[in-house]
Design a protein around this ligand. Structure first.
Ligand SMILES: Cc1cc2nc3c(=O)[nH]c(=O)nc-3n(C[C@H](O)[C@H](O)[C@H](O)COP(=O)(O)OP(=O)(O)OC[C@H]3O[C@@H](n4cnc5c(N)ncnc54)[C@H](O)[C@@H]3O)c2cc1C
Length: 265
């Protein structure tokens, strides 16, 4: 059992880090707990090399650089941070007759006068493509995040999805990937309107291709991904107005493989 703090923050993403900074500004004792092994939340785990354009004061900032700045700002008050710990429970407690809590993780217990839940999208794990045998393609050209854009240098990239992740990488992999084709199973996009516009401009300029009502159905190859098969079926169109869970995957067939072919199914 650890010592009691004024505030225990669950999640060391941007929200948690700024919370820790402000706790310090107000003279409150504080700790951060995160199940990842680094601070920064989604920025560190999902897109460390992506540029962010919508942070006040930064016309353009690399995600990992923003995290570095936020961590420096947060930890100037020397708050302890407990990484690699998953919060599994919260117990009601009391301290000298005043209400308090105990935050329970898979490793320890942390008494606290208040608790700030800054868990974002939760203790996340990548959502996998709903394809049979999908696991065999990881490390062979299938990616569910971009940690180093250089890994896609000179590759023909097929992006699957219509959310921020897919659109951001369609823009950010320009000039790195040899070619970019993006497919999405409907014609509505969850991505930021400004990025959707950028992608439309890139398509108009012939720098990439966007195909709507396309779904990835199969992946072919031997040692690496060589080809992927898609579908433009009416079913995809008729389902397009239903709610769906966005997926974004990046497949990078080797530069020497034949062009991406989509087969009807
Ligand atoms: C690909 C992509 C691109 C994006 N681009 C932009 C952009 O350009 N501009 C922009 O403004 N936003 C962007 N976003 C959104 C932005 O990343 C989020 O809004 C931001 O990360 C939210 O910060 P947060 O601290 O609230 O949560 P998160 O970043 O989700 O951090 C939450 C933290 O809580 C931890 N956690 C959760 N549950 C537990 C638990 N039980 N125990 C321990 N730890 C736990 C998680 O491990 C995580 O580290 C993008 C998101 C993605 C996926």
């Amino acid at each position: 059992m650890q010592d009691v703090k004024d505030i225990t923050i669950i999640g060391a993403g941007p929200t948690g880090l700024f919370g820790a900074f402000y706790a310090g500004m107000r003279g409150a004792s504080c700790r951060l707990i995160d199940n990842l092994d680094q601070v920064g939340g989604q920025l560190t785990a999902l897109y460390p090399e992506k540029y962010i354009f919508d942070v006040a004061g930064f016309p353009k900032v690399l995600s990992k650089d923003l995290v570095k700045g936020m961590a420096e700002q947060a930890f100037q008050f020397k708050q302890p941070v407990h990484l690699g710990e998953n919060v599994t429970g919260l117990k009601r407690d009391s301290e000298n007759g005043k209400p308090a809590f105990t935050v329970v993780t898979d490793k320890d217990e942390y008494p606290s006068r208040t608790v700030l839940i800054a868990g974002g999208i939760g203790a996340f794990t990548p959502r996998k493509l709903p394809l049979k045998d999908v696991d065999r393609w990881y490390g062979k050209g299938l990616h569910d995040r971009v940690l180093d854009p250089k890994a896609f240098s000179g590759k023909r990239v097929l992006l699957v999805g219509g959310g921020d992740s897919a659109f951001d990488w369609a823009v950010n992999l320009q000039g790195i990937a040899r070619s970019i084709v993006m497919i999405h199973r409907r014609d509505g996009f969850r991505a930021h309107a400004a990025t959707v516009r950028q992608v439309q401009e890139l398509c108009a300029a012939g720098k990439m291709e966007l195909r709507t009502f396309w779904e990835l159905k199969m992946i072919h190859g031997d040692e690496r991904i060589e080809r992927s098969g898609g579908s433009t079926s009416r079913r995809a169109r008729s389902r397009s107005r239903r709610p769906w869970r966005p997926i974004c995957r990046v497949c990078s067939p080797p530069a020497t493989s034949p062009p991406i072919r989509a087969s009807s199914s």
